[in-house]
Design a protein around this ligand. Structure first.
Ligand SMILES: C[S@@+](CC[C@H](N)C(=O)[O-])C[C@H]1O[C@@H](n2cnc3c(N)ncnc32)[C@H](O)[C@@H]1O
Length: 233
């Protein structure tokens, strides 16, 4: 990477190098904006709504007190992070994807587009579960390979099963709930030792939780942190 930059600097000279760098940045920013703004239209779905916490309509009022509002994840960033992970893992293979707090299903659909075939969403808002299922039903018409499951369950109580290896969090809930989810991932690895991966928005509390534990930091892509956790039998 460093050599590539130095070669280009030599080839173009400082002035042309900066101009080209700026043009590339503008091209990428345009690409990102187009991808994000066309996302729902492309799949004929509706995942862009913001739902404040007091309108989430959880059956469990206590859990709702720990929830963050429904704010959809940024599609370009999630796709870029998943592509980076795919490269890092050498392909997703049979790995399953879990979105802790799946909302209207945006990250689940991006995961399917990125190549996952088993995709689970955990959600407690009945209102969003209904929208999520509708979105998935529409999307599934164009992708028969992906299997989706939406569970109405508190993410604090969900213990991932063998086969679920990539966990996604996009600012879904309080630190207390995060801690429980992290403890349940550890429990899952105790039962079924394997390597799992975690993706999390760089500015959430989760970052602190995982860095304290045995997670290995892989890197950051478009504001999403990637971690790895391995357990052997
Ligand atoms: C920021 S939104 C997630 C967006 C979604 N992952 C996406 O890709 O667009 C957070 C979601 O977490 C859900 N949530 C909050 N607390 C939860 C809990 N304890 N169990 C399950 N879902 C929860 C909220 O209802 C909300 O839909």
């Amino acid at each position: 990477m460093r050599n590539q930059i130095l070669n280009k600097l030599r080839k173009y000279g400082p002035r042309e190098f900066v101009v080209r760098g700026y043009q590339r940045f503008r091209r990428l920013a345009g690409q990102r904006d187009r991808y994000n703004s066309n996302f729902d239209k492309r799949y004929n779905i509706d995942t862009g709504m913001v739902v404040p916490v007091d309108e989430l309509a959880f059956g469990d009022r206590q859990a709702q007190g720990h929830a963050k509002e429904h704010n959809p994840s940024p599609p370009y960033a999630v796709m870029a992070a998943l592509k980076a992970l795919d490269k890092y893992m050498g392909g997703f293979g049979a790995s399953g994807f879990v979105d802790f707090g799946c909302g209207a299903g945006r990250a689940m659909i991006i995961a399917a587009e990125a190549g996952f075939q088993n995709i689970i969403g955990i959600e407690l808002s009945r209102k969003l579960i209904g929208i999520c299922k509708e979105n998935i039903a529409t999307y599934a018409k164009t992708n028969k390979a992906a299997k989706f499951v939406v569970l109405e369950q508190d993410a604090a109580t969900y213990v991932p099963e063998k086969g679920s290896d990539v966990f996604f969090f996009y600012v879904p809930f309080s630190r207390d709930v995060y801690k429980k989810a992290i403890a349940n991932i550890a429990l899952s690895l105790e039962k079924n030792p394997r390597t799992v991966y975690l993706l999390d928005s760089a500015w959430s509390n989760m970052d602190i939780e995982v860095r304290d534990s045995k997670y290995e930091y892989i890197g950051q892509m478009e504001g999403i942190n990637l971690y790895k956790l391995s357990a052997t039998a």
